[in-house]
Design a protein around this ligand. Structure first.
Ligand code: GLN
Length: 509
């Protein structure tokens, strides 16, 4: 028995000195995250439709409400990251988050009409504890100078999208044609699979993700597993209690969307202040790295603000202005709008990862700042193609789904240069005790991105209910042209400031 335990307790060195392209623990985290994203995107995919058809909300109200849930979900990743760093450690945070997500979906499956906001609020807090911390643990599988890390995150990112694609498709389809209880129930079951995957494989993570309070011996080995003892355990209980106590507050805030605006005005500046405060407590080289991380985070807000047109203006564009022919097959253009990105990520994520490894071997791998810059250049090209669809339109304002899909391919290339790389760079730039906080900041940027995306999308709509398809085509594509120009400028600006950011990053690539 003792031998058995020893064999399973990997040391950090054993984990990080893995051979081959990927550490085996990456696969465990991959599957756990894949199922979590199934549940998350499954639920997210049902929200708007459910609010309109089951809760009888007006479409614009449902859209705002949807935006509010997304903003809250990503805003709470900061809180989840913070409590992981300070009290729980990544593993307990992830476990607690998973439990809350399961409870949220079980509540919804019992009576989604009556308990809608309660269930959603559990999911919001749960995701906050789960999502940033699993990503941080991926980073911990690598030594700081291991150039296989970006490839690992790329692979992990394809897991995210496999889950997103399956869940996004399955849940709403089941809800529409069978029962909403069953659809939310499926999200619960799948989340339980995610959590069980983690629970049964977490031993292989050795010391990674243990609570900062877990007692360690002189060699840094944990002497009491992940158990928190003494008065410190009250911090743990208070964290659990506090996260439950805040649920009624979230319910109120999500239900009234003007509170979301206030919340967004407060949380960003508050977290910035907090990070600045933490920056005063670290060494100068660490401070510089945190400064570089903040540059990436701020640019990512812009990226997501453009990218997230997919759920808003691009889905309306797909509904109003696209034909149904993809490579000669008849398909639903909204289905393509929802699925193309995930499919392209799944197809290309690992390839991008291998390209980075291949380039690194030849000492030609672009630095992260340049990768981000490339991300914006791809984004710019993609929006130029969205704009260009107007030249393929017929006299009714209906244009080519094929060209639209090519734009999605290009936007996905941009995402692959930025999103998995962003996760990776957070784990490289944050000092150990701020890993969770910085990953939370990274996702908080997504919350702001979603928020700004809604505002940008609303600015593209044609006023009045009786606009023709041609007018809509002109208005939306004009908006896309502007986004293309802004993305181009941002990409160039980023590449221009790359020497400064590189200096801040020091030895980190
Ligand atoms: N689609 C990715 C995920 O779900 C990225 C989300 C984001 O950072 N906005 O993890």
């Amino acid at each position: 028995m003792i031998l058995h335990i020893n064999r399973n307790m990997n040391t950090l060195n054993e984990i990080q000195n893995f051979e081959g392209k990927y550490p085996k623990q990456l696969w465990y985290l991959f599957f756990s995250e894949m199922w979590e994203r199934f549940s998350f995107y499954g639920m997210r995919g049902m929200l708007t439709f459910f609010m309109v058809h089951q809760l009888f909300m007006k479409e614009d109200v449902a859209n705002l409400q949807y935006g509010a849930t997304q903003a809250f979900v990503y805003a709470f990743t900061f809180i989840g990251g913070l409590f992981a760093d300070k009290i729980l450690g990544f593993r307990k945070s992830l476990f607690w988050g998973g439990i809350l997500m399961i409870i949220g979906s079980v509540i919804l499956s019992i009576n989604p009409q009556q308990f809608f906001f309660l269930g959603i609020s559990f999911t919001i807090i749960g995701t906050g504890f789960f999502k940033p911390n699993i990503s941080t643990m991926v980073g911990a599988l690598y030594k700081s100078n291991d150039n296989r890390r970006d490839a690992g995150f790329s692979l992990f990112y394809s897991g995210i999208n496999i889950g997103a694609l399956l869940g996004g498709y399955a849940c709403v389809a089941i809800g529409k044609s069978y029962s909403w209880n069953l659809a939310f129930g499926l999200a619960a079951i799948v989340m339980a699979i995610s959590l069980l995957t983690f629970v049964f494989t977490q031993k292989s993570l050795g010391p990674i993700g243990l609570s900062p309070f877990a007692a360690k011996d002189k060699q840094g080995k944990s002497t009491n597993g992940n158990k928190i003892t003494g008065t410190k355990k009250w911090y743990e209980y208070l964290t659990y209690l506090g996260s439950l106590a805040i649920i009624p507050v979230i319910m109120i805030m999500v239900a009234k969307t003007q509170y979301t605006d206030w919340f967004m005005y407060v949380i960003g500046p508050a977290t910035l202040l907090y990070v600045f405060y933490e920056m005063t407590k670290v060494t100068v080289p660490e401070r510089k790295k945190l400064g570089a991380a903040m540059v990436f985070i701020i640019f990512s807000v812009l990226f997501w603000a453009f990218f997230e047109q997919s759920g808003g203006s691009l889905s309306l564009f797909a509904a109003n202005n696209l034909n149904s022919s993809l490579l000669g097959f008849t398909v639903d253009p909204n289905g393509v709008n929802n699925a193309a990105n995930s499919l392209f990520v799944i197809a290309f994520a690992a390839i991008f990862g291998l390209i980075w490894i291949g380039l690194a071997k030849r000492k030609m791998e672009p630095n992260t700042v340049v990768k981000f810059g490339l991300g914006f250049l791809f984004l710019s090209l993609a929006f130029f193609i969205f704009y260009y669809t107007r030249f393929f339109a017929n006299e009714h304002g209906i244009t080519s789904l094929d060209i639209f899909t090519i734009a999605y391919l290009v936007i996905t290339f941009g995402e692959l240069c930025l999103s998995p790389i962003g996760l990776s760079i957070m784990t490289k730039l944050a000092p150990k005790r701020l890993q969770g906080v910085m990953m939370g900041m990274w996702f908080l940027a997504s919350a702001y991105g979603q928020y700004v995306a809604g505002i940008l999308g609303a600015g593209m709509t044609v006023p009045g209910d009786d606009a023709t398809a041609i007018e809509k085509l002109i208005s939306y594509t004009q908006g896309y042209k502007q986004l293309s120009i802004y993305a181009l400028i941002t990409g160039i600006a980023l590449i221009a400031i790359s020497p400064v950011v590189k200096k801040l990053m020091q030895e980190v690539k």
